[in-house]
Design a protein. Structure first.
Length: 453
């Protein structure tokens, strides 16, 4: 069947897609009430619930998950005997970081240089709009040929595991023949890509205490143990002289086989400054897809402006550990915690609290669903599908793979390198949104046909 009618319908739906994405981006849905009101996430969840109801979904529900957030579920019945496909996205977003660094307001979708800018535009509110656009295009061209379940997660970025635990307690809820995770991205804008692997993650907070209270640095400095200096020394042990991660007991020498990531391309994508070297060893693909990495995400310490001449009594940091498939995330977290405690200098008191975790994931790229997706991507892009890894984590994937071992799981999405997800000035390419919406519609049609044979 020709892709032209579907393509024309998707193109006609793009103005609506932009309007709806702007509405979704306007919700400051950071799933951390210390930073933004919980009501912002609740408003976003209600918007999604209303959208699903408006599209004819049944059993639409706001699921109260154990971490205190809400995920949104809906079911759209297809023809009798049709396979069931689960479509995933998340509506929570990363905080905007330094809002002064944004060229336009982070929660106001703004078009600039052919891209749409706003927090969550690509990661992953755009993924939800992709799903809705694909389903609308099918509805206007003969109907949706599969049973569809949609789940929009409310705390993916926080890694607090609410949806994973909820699904484990209600295993029938998301059962499906195929699962499309709309939260990754093409290797390069315009190059259709499915993600084969995701690294797992562990998040910890480390707190160092050395004194009962801050002291005058002139009166006591030189003998009094400074907690901030102790923390810096601890964090320094997490990387070797090349910048490669070094967590005691964790292997760091795996290799990536497959699509490679040229160093110059990576430098451009990461916007590495002239004269600054990349860290670690091996190929770039080894480093970002096949090996662990450690990142210090934040430090609690006095800011430069307003700092007093004091020896610090306490200091803290948030540390992220990413681990590749084949490494148990909890075992890696335990090694990281032990490493941080063992690295404490001067007998400093160190407390380490694990705040999040998720297992790594490896997809079966030989499954029939991948064949259907390859054909769909070819129809949408006119190019063959590439298979790549991704250094990020989607903890739910491993949970779904464990609960539904027969389900075929595919990972696609809008977070190509130019999107700058998790950074200031996040954006989405409307051309990518249009082509991936078409590809998903073609996939759902092709997958239904393959199951009917």
């Amino acid at each position: 069947m020709s892709a032209a009618p579907l393509a024309a319908t998707v193109a006609a739906l793009m103005p609506r897609a932009r309007t709806e994405l702007a509405e979704l981006v306007s919700f400051r849905s950071v799933a951390d009430p210390r930073q933004f009101p919980k009501s912002e996430c609740e408003r976003a969840a209600r918007w999604i619930s209303d959208a699903l109801t408006g599209e004819g979904f049944q059993d639409v529900a706001l699921l109260d998950t154990p971490d205190g957030t809400q995920s949104v579920y809906g079911y759209l019945p297809g023809p009798e005997g049709a396979p069931t496909v689960l479509l995933y996205a998340h509506y929570d977003v990363q905080p905007p970081l330094d809002e002064a660094g944004w060229l336009s307001p982070p929660f106001e979708l703004t078009e600039r240089d052919g891209r749409w800018y706003g927090r969550g535009a690509a990661d992953c509110k755009g993924g939800l709009i992709m799903h809705l656009t694909a389903l609308r295009a099918l509805r206007d061209n003969g109907g949706v040929p599969v049973n569809v379940k949609i789940i929009a997660e409310g705390s993916e970025e926080q890694g607090t595991g609410g949806l994973e635990r909820y699904v484990e307690e209600h295993p029938e809820l998301l059962a499906a023949d195929a699962i499309v995770i709309g939260d990754t991205g093409n290797f390069r804008c315009g190059l259709p890509t499915a993600t084969a692997t995701l690294r797992g993650m562990a998040m910890v907070e480390v707190k160092v205490n050395t004194l009962e209270g801050n002291l005058h640095s002139g009166q006591f400095g030189g003998a009094a143990p400074d907690a901030l200096s102790a923390l810096i020394r601890i964090l320094h042990t997490l990387h070797d002289e090349t910048g490669a991660a070094t967590v005691q007991g964790l292997a760091m020498d795996a290799s990536w086989e497959g699509l490679q990531y040229p160093e110059e391309d990576f430098r451009g994508d990461a916007k590495v400054l002239d004269g600054v070297s990349l860290v670690g060893g091996g190929t770039v693909a080894d480093r970002v897809w096949a090996r662990p990495s450690v990142t210090v995400l934040g430090i609690d310490a006095p800011p430069v402006v307003g700092a007093t001449p004091s020896v610090q009594a306490t200091a803290a940091a948030k540390v992220s550990l990413r681990v590749p498939p084949g490494v148990d995330a909890q075992e890696a977290a335990d090694l990281l915690i032990a490493h941080l405690k063992a690295a404490a200098p001067w007998g400093a008191h160190v407390e380490v609290t694990q705040t999040g975790s998720g297992q790594a994931f490896r997809a079966d790229t030989s499954s029939p669903a991948y064949s259907a997706m390859a054909e769909a991507m070819r129809g949408a892009y006119g190019k063959d599908l590439e298979i790549a890894g991704m250094g990020g984590s989607i903890p739910l994937c491993n949970t779904l793979a464990t609960l539904y071992p027969e389900a075929e799981i595919l990972l696609i999405g809008l977070s190509e390198p130019e999107a700058q997800i998790h950074a200031v000035n996040e954006s989405v390419s409307p051309e990518e949104l249009e082509k991936l919406s078409l590809a998903e519609a073609l996939f759902l049609r092709g997958y239904a046909e393959s199951k009917a044979v």
